[in-house]
Design a protein around this ligand. Structure first.
Ligand code: PMP
Length: 368
């Protein structure tokens, strides 16, 4: 018997092997006589956990040496302030709006910097990533922010924009909260990447920040010390007490990712292949049916978050009740979009997506 399949957008499913390992180590981590939750963050046990987590994350996403990996708190929304506090110098900053999360980022940055919209997908109802060739880039911008996967609208950048090729020297900031470690990252295009852990990496409470060396030391004077990237980096993420439990579970998840194999592929590359197959299976089933629909442009569809609608919305409650009875959990769409949403993060096996596809077919038949 397997556990129910959990399609939550986040906090989201965690690999069962990770949960089991955490359970077996709960009362006594590696003979230390302590739970990880009870350890000093400055003790040798926790420092070894933290150093391994950082090294494993660097390995699994091939993060180059000139980037620092920071373990912080506050989640994606706090980073909407922390990024401009660290990078904007109070000057101009650019945003590409692709959905609710980038809209929130723009609004928050406006408190600290002159935030402008370089491009927006709003006219498409956030169903298509705007073509980079048409972006209006400010040559003075201190950075350009994108949300590389919009969790609510289910649209994703299939490749990161190459700002230098577009004639801009601005560093690229990406909010990769909802697709981190689901695919490889081209770090040559990135200045800062941030994301909450609670979708693909572990429990809520941990925020990962990957920041290029040359972007440290630019913070505004009003930046809180605990949120100053340079201070956090200089103290190996231990300036304040880091989210120790979150780092530990994320570390177990990183080990799980590194163990993944798909044919000759390993780690994130294996997961990327699996994620592509999962997404093709689910979008294929939705597109084939006259009963369901997904409204996102084909070239912008997220591999992680699949919003879909029953054409007859009066059946929504029956659909959700039937899904739950089959062990398919948390499929209700975000309240701002409605309908359904299946989040199929790394921890969702292909069998879980197949079970959902089988249910889509059966529910459609039963409604005929
Ligand atoms: N950015 C994205 C892309 C998200 O999906 C979320 C959360 N769903 C956030 C930011 C906000 O994260 P948090 O709630 O951890 O602040």
């Amino acid at each position: 018997m397997h556990r129910p399949y959990n399609f939550s957008a986040g906090p989201a499913a965690i690999p069962e092997e990770v949960l089991q390992q955490a359970a077996s180590e709960m009362l006594d981590w590696h003979g230390s006589g302590m739970s990880v939750m009870e350890m000093s963050h400055r003790g040798k046990e926790f420092i070894s956990i933290c150093e391994k987590a950082e090294a494993d994350f660097r390995q699994l996403l091939a993060v180059p040496e000139q980037f620092h990996i920071l373990f912080m708190q506050g989640g994606g929304l706090a980073e909407n302030a922390i990024v401009p506090l660290n990078l904007s110098r109070g000057g101009a900053v650019d945003f590409v709006l692709t959905g609710s999360w980038s809209q929130k980022s723009l609004k928050e940055a406006g408190k600290y910097a002159q935030a402008a919209v370089a491009a927006s997908a709003e006219d498409s109802g956030f169903t298509r990533i705007p073509d980079a060739a048409g972006w209006k880039l400010n040559p003075q911008a201190e950075y350009l922010h994108i949300c590389s996967n919009e969790t609510i609208h289910g649209i994703e950048f299939q490749t990161l924009p190459d700002l230098r090729a577009l004639g801009s020297q601005a560093p690229l900031v990406i909010d990769f909260s909802s697709h981190v470690a689901s695919r490889t990252v081209d770090w040559s295009r990135v200045g800062v990447a941030f994301g909450g852990a609670q979708k693909n990496l572990g429990p809520a409470g941990l925020t990962l920040v990957v920041v290029r060396d040359d972007l440290l030391g630019r913070a505004l004077d009003i930046c809180p010390s605990a949120f100053n990237y340079q201070t956090v980096a200089a103290n190996q993420s231990m300036y304040n007490t880091p989210p120790t439990w979150g780092i530990y579970i994320a570390g177990l998840t990183f080990e799980w990712i590194l163990r993944q194999r798909e044919g000759a592929l390993e780690g994130v590359a294996a997961l990327e292949a699996r994620n592509r197959a999962k997404a093709e299976l689910l979008y294929g089933a939705i597109d084939q049916s006259a009963f369901y629909e997904n409204r996102v442009a084909l070239d912008s569809r997220s591999r992680m978050n699949v919003p879909f609608f029953l054409k007859d919305e009066s059946r929504n409650d029956a659909f959700l009740a039937g899904a739950k009875a089959r062990g398919l959990l948390q499929l209700k769409g975000h309240k701002s979009v409605g309908g359904m949403r299946a989040s199929i993060y790394n921890a969702m096996p292909l069998a879980g997506v197949q079970a959902l596809v089988d249910y889509l077919r059966d529910f459609e038949r039963s409604a005929a």
